[in-house]
Write a protein of this length. Structure first.
Length: 56
């Protein structure tokens, strides 16, 4: 079994996009797996204005 501390950290894990409307850092609201592409899709939401943004 691999210890979590031994696993390399992905650079994309620390990226928090900013809201295009008010430049506030967005909060991660939900993560879903896209089975067709085998990718993880993340939904972010702004705590200030409520804007929602999907990552590509």
């Amino acid at each position: 079994m691999t210890d979590i501390m031994d696993m390399p950290e992905r650079k994309t894990d620390n990226i928090r996009p900013s809201c295009p409307n008010c430049a506030t850092p967005l909060r991660l609201r939900q993560t879903m797996l896209d089975p067709r592409r085998g990718r993880t899709v993340r939904l972010f939401e702004c705590g200030s204005c409520g804007e929602r943004l999907w990552d590509d």
